[in-house]
Design a protein around this ligand. Structure first.
Ligand SMILES: Cc1cc2nc3c(=O)[nH]c(=O)nc-3n(C[C@H](O)[C@H](O)[C@H](O)COP(=O)(O)OP(=O)(O)OC[C@H]3O[C@@H](n4cnc5c(N)ncnc54)[C@H](O)[C@@H]3O)c2cc1C
Length: 421
């Protein structure tokens, strides 16, 4: 009888110190312990790795991430609006190894789902019993003509992955003369963080109001209407920033001309001093390599929501922004996916049935000024055949307030600690 690695693990039992020979593993652990490889140490991946180790101390966990530091998208709009600095949203990964997680600084370039191995850019081949992918988004700059050239010349940014573009956008806004125009373009849904662009418009307006009051914002929306928290944002635009923000729906960008500083849409040619065009997105490229970017458009990944395992590729789980879900693409939900998935993997590796009715929640805060914020909160229970069904708990604030601004900052500190400490 021939045993594959999975059969071998079943009969040998976790904890037995038996070495497998001929295994492709170069960075895996002692062969008898189940091994989970997690790709991406963002909100989903870091949280999943940590909870896998907490709830399954017999499981070896390898977390692969190319970056030295975690730079948070939540609160990055506060940096762009001048309320916080890049240091405030940048965190180390130093605490994760204390949970027994093996951190590998590398980038996954290939997945062999049949052999259950991943290959990294650095040349390692790492085998897994279960693979978790939380790579976030790939930004489809190709969908806007001229984008790549303008981006390379520093004439257009998306700043939709927190990092150098966040800092560059802040610098561009600081350098813009009073009376200038900031053009912000919102992609057609679904995209990462539905309220994010509207929060950004509020915080740039808040900055202009104090530092360059003759300036204006043109908000080009690729959607027919404000996608998220409409009462909250329209209240802020009408009361705090009257006359400063011009909202144009159904205005997806077709082209960017970095030399003339023009964004072209189906209806308009808009000239700006600072161009912040956020293109459409899809699941991170490692999902395509694993064969799990499998919705009808080949854009997002479909999963079974009780385990977050791919609907088509066994032993591969996907979390966070990369999945196709009726729920928003948020960091808060990515951490909830991560915990449901970690608990399910612990059960599956032990040959048990995962929780059939997991409950998850989303809380999303948005600042409307330098002292006020609003929120939306929902609880969802998984029901077989229906997916996550919204429960009556939750709600949304129609107006920003100072107390919610304080909650927003506390929420960010808590979720960073939950993922990274
Ligand atoms: C402006 C803005 C504001 C936001 N505000 C909020 C907010 O207030 N609240 C909220 O809940 N959410 C917010 N979000 C959304 C939140 O940032 C995302 O939903 C969240 O980051 C998704 O988590 P993730 O794990 O899917 O991806 P990420 O957090 O992006 O992590 C992906 C990680 O995978 C790594 N990676 C990618 N490919 C590979 C590979 N091949 N090999 C190895 N590593 C790889 C990347 O380097 C990255 O570290 C905001 C987003 C933006 C843009």
């Amino acid at each position: 009888m021939t045993l594959n690695r999975r059969d071998f693990l079943k009969v040998s039992g976790a904890g037995a110190a038996v070495a497998l020979t001929g295994c492709a593993t170069t960075a895996s652990s002692s062969a008898a312990r189940p091994h989970v490889v997690v790709v991406g140490a963002g909100f989903g991946g870091a949280t999943c790795a940590k909870y896998l180790r907490q709830w399954g101390p017999h499981i070896d966990v390898t977390l692969i991430e190319p970056n030295d530091k975690f730079v948070s998208c939540p609160i990055s709009n506060w940096v762009i609006g001048g309320l916080r600095t890049m240091d405030d949203i940048t965190h180390g990964y130093d605490n994760l190894p204390k949970h027994g997680i093996k951190m590998v600084k590398d980038y996954v370039v290939a997945v062999d789902a049949a052999k259950r191995t991943v290959k990294t850019r650095g040349g390692a081949t790492i085998s897994y019993d279960r693979l978790v992918l939380s790579p976030g988004i790939e930004i489809l700059t190709d969908t806007v003509k001229g984008y790549k050239e303008a981006e390379a010349a520093g004439k257009v940014v998306h700043a939709w992955k927190a990092g150098p573009q966040t800092a560059l956008l802040r610098k561009q806004l600081e350098a813009m003369p009073d009376g200038g125009t900031y053009v912000l373009s919102v992609p057609a849904a679904p995209y990462r963080c539905p309220p994010g662009p509207y929060e950004r418009a509020c915080l740039v307006a808040n900055y202009f109001k104090q530092a360059k009051p003759k300036s204006k914002i043109i908000l080009l929306d690729g959607n027919p209407d404000v996608v998220s928290k409409k009462p909250l944002f329209t209240d802020a635009w009408n009361t705090l920033y009257a006359g400063m923000i011009e909202y144009r729906p159904n205005n997806a960008p077709l082209a960017v001309d970095g030399s003339k500083m023009i964004v072209t849409t189906e209806f308009d040619e808009v000239k700006g001093d600072v161009l912040n065009v956020v293109p459409r997105q899809r699941a991170g490229d490692v999902c395509a390599q694993a064969g799990v970017r499998n919705d009808s458009a080949g854009t997002w990944c479909t999963v079974n929501f009780d385990t977050f395992e791919s609907t088509t590729v066994p032993n591969v789980h996907i979390l966070g922004d990369s999945i196709l879900a009726p729920l928003p693409k948020s960091g808060h939900l990515a951490t909830n996916h991560a915990k449901v998935c970690a608990a399910a993997i612990v059960e599956l590796l032990a040959g048990r049935q995962p929780d059939p009715i997991p409950v998850i929640a989303n809380t999303c805060y948005s600042a409307t000024s330098g002292t006020t914020s609003g929120y939306v909160a929902h609880v969802y229970r998984y029901e077989a055949g229906k997916g996550y069904v919204a429960q009556p708990e939750g709600g949304a604030t129609p107006k920003g307030s100072e107390i919610v601004f304080a909650y927003q900052e506390s929420w960010a500190k808590n979720i960073w600690a939950n993922a990274l400490d």
